[in-house]
Design a protein around this ligand. Sequence first.
Ligand SMILES: [Zn+2]
Length: 674
Amino acid sequence: MDNPGKFYITTPIYYVNARPHIGHTYTTVVCDAVARRQRMMGFDTWFLTGTDEHGQKIERSAVAAGCSPKEFADRVSGEFRQLWDRMKLTYDDFIRTTEPRHVQGVQALFTRLKEHGYIYKGSYSGQYCVYDELFVDVTEPGAPCPECGRTTETIQEENYFFKLSAMEEPLLKLYTEYPDFIRPEARRNEVISFVRGGLRDLSVSRTTFTWGIPVPGDEKHVIYVWLDALANYITAIGYGSGDPKDTAKLARYWPADVHMIGKEIVRFHCVYWPAFLLAADLPLPKSIIAHGWLLFEESKMSKSRGNIVRSETILDTLGADTLRYFLLREIVFGSDGSFSFDALVQRFNADLANGLGNLSSRTLSMITRYFDGEIPYPSLGARTAADDAVAELANQTIADFHVQFEQFQFSRALETAWGLVAAVNKYIVENEPWAVAEKEDQDSRARLATILHTSAEALRIVTALAHPVIPESTARIWEQMGLGDISRLDLRNLEWGQLPLHTKLGKVEAVFPRADKSTIERMQQMEQERAGQTTFTEPSVELKPTESVAAPVAAMQAPAAAPANKTITIDDFAKVELRVAQVKVAEKVKGADKLLRLEVDLGTETRQIVAGIAKAYDPEKLIGRKVVIVANLAPRKLRGLESQGMIVAASLGDEGVPVLAGFLEDVPVGARLK
Ligand SMILES: [Zn+2]
C-alpha cells in the first residue's frame, strides 16, 4: 500500500494545578483512539501530550503545599504520566514545560517574535485573573472575572506586549479561507465574533513572580504562561533546537494535523496561537478541534462541586476499555456529554458484555465444539440470502465507519459498527447453528460451516474496526481467533472474505467481566474514599501569597513541639499516617480525671484510644463525632489500658487545653490526611 504521509496530533498540555480526572482522560483517550487508527491506516503518526507547569497559580499552590514549584510540578506531572501509562495510551512524546528543550524553544520563539517587530515594551495596568491566567477586560479593581467569576487582581507593571491588534485582519482571513481550521462550527462562530469585536495588544511577560521562562536578555521578566504553554506543540518536535535531527523532525511533523482541545481554551488556541505563528512566520496547524464538557449527572465537573470522577475507579472495576468505549460512544463529540456510573454500567452490559462479548464467545466456542477449533470453509451450495445480507452489511459498515470516524463522529461510527454486532447476533439466533449441528448429514454440516464462517468473518471485521477504541479486548479476541498480533493489521484492507481458512483458534474465554448493581456501588464507594484522600489542597486563588492553607495543620502541633525553623522532608511527613475516624464509644477512665477511653471506627477496624481530653469534652457529646487520629503510632499503655493510636488536637494556652481537629466538609471514615 502507498504511504499516506504523516499525521501529528496533540492533546492540550494539562495544567498541573489539578490532578488528573476523567475530563483529562476524555481528551487524551480521544487522541489515543485517533492516533491508533491513523497508524493502522498507514500514517507516520506522532501523538504528543504533556504538562503545563509554569505560572503564578502553580507558584502559589506550591507555597500552599509547602514545597518548591518544581517539586509540586514533578508530583502532579508524574500522576498524569502514570495514569496514561496505566491506561497504555500510545503517546509518542510527553513534554513538560519545565524541560530545557522547551525553555530554549520558547525563548527562541520570543526572540523571533521580537525580531519580527511584534513585541514591544510597555506598561500594563489592569485586572488579571490568576485562576484563568488571563488578562481580563474589566476596569474596577477587584471586579469579578468575566470567565470564572473569581475576584481579579490589579496588576500594574512593566510588561512586554505582543501586537495582537495587528492580527485582527490576518486572523479573520484565516478563518474565512480555511473553514475547517476551527471545529465544530459553533466554536468557529464564537471565535470569529470575538475577533471581530476587536483585539487589543496582549501582555506577554510578568515581573511580579518568577516561576516561568525568563525573557531572553531581560531576565526579571518571565514569559506569559500561555505563550509558554502553546509553544509546546512546536518545541516538543524540535523548534529552537540547534540539533539537525530535531530540525528534521520539525520539518517532518509540523504543522500539526489536529490540536484537540476542550472548549474552554478555544480562545487561546484559535486566536493567540495562530497569531503568534503568523507573526513568527511559521506554518499554522491544520485544524483545532474543540470538544464539549463532560458533565457529571448534568452539572460541570469541578473541584468546588466535589463531583470530579477519577478514572482510576473505573480502571479498577470495569477496565480501561470500558471507560474508552463509554467516552467515545456515549458522548456526541463536540457537544457536552454526561457521565454517570449507571450509564457506564448500562453501556457496558448492553454493548460490550452482551453485544461484542456475546458474539465473540458464542461464535468461537461453537467453532471449538463443532469444528475442533478450526475456522471452517463456507460452502457455496449451502449459502443463503441471510449470509449474503451479513456480508453486504459488513462491507457497508466498514465504509461508513471510516467516513464517520474521520469526521470525528466517534459515537456514530461506533453505533455503525455495533449495528453489525447486533445484526450478526440476530443472524445466529435465527439460523440456529446449535440445532443444525444436531443433524449429521453432509448438507447440514456444510450449512453449519457456512453459518459459523459468516459469524467469524463479521467478528473479524468489527473487532478490527473497534481496535483503536477498545485495544485490549479486541487484541484478546483477535488472539482467540488465531489471527495473531492485531496491532500489525492494515485497516485499509479489511473487506469481507479475508478470514484465513483453517485458522486454528486460540484458547477461547470471556473477554469482558460481568457488571451489575454491586459494581455501581463499588465505584461510588471508591470515589468517596478517594475524595477523602486529599493529597494536596488546591488553594483558593483569592489567598494572598503570604497566607498559607497549611496554617491549620501547623496549629495542631503543641507550640513547643519543634523549633519553627526546623523543617522535615515530605518523606518524613509521609511516615505519619493520619486518618479520619468516628467515635463509637466514649467513657471516663476510673481514677484518671484527664483521660477518656474511646473506641473509634476507622472504616476497616475499630481501635481503642486513651486520650487526655476529659477536662474539655463530655464523653456523651463525642459519640458520632469525626476525629483525626495518628493511626500508625505504636500502641502504648495508659492506666492499664492499651491505646492504639493518638487523637490529633490543637493545644491552647499554658494549660494545653485540647481542641479536637475536624473538618468543615463531610469526610468519609478512614480517609487519609496527606
Ligand atoms: Zn477567571
